[in-house]
Design a protein around this ligand. Structure first.
Ligand code: NPQ
Ligand code: MG
Length: 373
């Protein structure tokens, strides 16, 4: 298989409801999709970088440029392309994991479609459906938060994750716990705190959270290990875990008891699987994080979340959670809070779904066609 032509598309997709985190307020998703055409067919990749640096150093325009100028020429030079060879061809370029993951995802989709093998089967999935949790942004008031959470529980989500930040933490978590004593509850700070906030964060121990996600900065493994010794609530790392080696270091240092895996953050689905394997070897549970992806990214994440070590509900959502109309046929969640893994050669292998050309054109603000020498 050889890369022949690539299409980079920018989409502007309004969010059904604003999504507020310690990183800021998002009203729309600025999405980059990559369609790779090869000698054996086409495949899709989705870039999860945000429009601006914040969650991590990458940002969408930068990722698009790195893909165009450096990553695609490296992958185009590979004569017999496979997902692993695409990743290896890009490994010589330091950093830019979200840009790399976009290219690897598209090559993997094309390679698998050509062989009628699903992402889930290729990655080693063992489940046909995934338990989904909901990620709830910072609300304008506790009353509004409670109403929103009640709605999600009604829809069947298997767990509730609350975004927190200094000034919006103990009170909203306490209110949700008191209103819903039995809900599986966790909090995500997106690195908004410092070790000096330990006493405040220890107050969260009263609410039976399954985890406190990324309280401190991505680079602070040692501080997370110190904080873990001061809290009863298990620490989960997200932004910090950029590779299998870092996962091994974080576990060895006692910096985390749980890991949130996102293929985009770590450079692709092959590295994501390696992190799953490292964590499984240390009996550290993992779950699949989300970046408010379209159905394409959600489909790939569902496949990843079907691996055996993914034992906690995922930040994978039905299309209706974020978009009035998804670019793919809608991903739907049952009232049991589970989503089926698009799989089996029944629907053509690879991601198992395609964007609808009309919906795609409706959201597209720019298309760049890159002939690949
Ligand atoms: C997380 N937040 O686990 C992600 C990070 C995140 C899914 O709860 C716009 C689009 C804003 C994606 C802010 C979730 C976002 C975003 C935060 C993802 O930390
Ligand atoms: Mg997170």
């Amino acid at each position: 298989m050889k890369l022949q032509r690539v299409e980079l598309r920018r989409l502007d997709m309004p969010l059904r409801t604003p999504f507020r985190t310690s990183l800021g307020l998002e009203l729309r998703r600025d999405i980059l999709l990559l369609r790779a055409e090869t000698t054996q067919g086409h495949g899709w990749g989705e870039c999860v970088a945000l429009p601006e640096p914040g969650y991590c150093e990458e940002y969408l325009d930068g990722a698009a440029e790195v893909i165009r100028r450096f990553l695609l020429p490296a992958v185009a030079a590979v004569e017999e392309l496979t997902p692993a060879r695409a990743a290896a061809a890009m490994a010589g370029i330091p950093g830019h994991p979200m840009a790399k993951a976009t290219v690897e995802m598209a090559v993997m989709d094309a390679w698998l479609r050509a062989r009628g093998v699903s992402y889930a089967d290729y990655l080693g999935g063992v489940r046909s459906e995934v338990e989904c949790g909901v990620s709830v942004g910072i609300a304008d008031s506790i009353e509004l938060l409670l109403g929103e959470v009640a709605g999600y529980i009604e829809q069947g989500y298997r767990r509730v994750k609350l975004k927190i930040e200094p000034g919006w933490d103990v009170d909203p978590v306490r209110a949700v716990r008191e209103a819903f004593p039995d809900v599986v509850l966790q909090a995500d700070a997106n690195a908004a705190y410092g070790l000096a906030d330990a006493r405040r964060l220890a107050e969260l121990d009263a609410f039976g959270l399954t985890m406190l996600e990324q309280p401190l900065s991505a680079g602070d493994l040692r501080d997370h290990a110190a904080l873990a010794r001061m809290l009863r609530t298990p620490i989960c790392l997200d932004e910090s875990i950029t590779s299998a080696r870092v996962a091994a270091d974080a576990i060895a240092m006692g910096a985390c008891a749980i890991v949130n895996i996102k293929a985009g953050r770590v450079g692709g689905y092959l590295e994501a699987r390696r992190i799953h394997d490292v964590c499984a070897a240390h009996s550290v549970p993992v779950w699949c994080g989300g970046m408010l992806e379209t159905g394409l990214g959600q489909a790939a994440n569902l496949a990843l979340a079907s691996l055996p070590g993914f034992t906690l509900p995922a930040d994978i959502a039905p299309s209706e959670r974020y978009f009035a109309a998804d670019v793919t046929p809608a991903i739907v969640m049952g009232t049991d809070g589970r989503i089926a893994v698009p799989g089996g050669s029944g629907n053509g292998g690879g991601l198992g779904l395609e964007p609808d050309p009309n919906v795609l054109d409706g959201y597209t603000t720019e298309t760049v066609v890159l002939p690949v020498r």
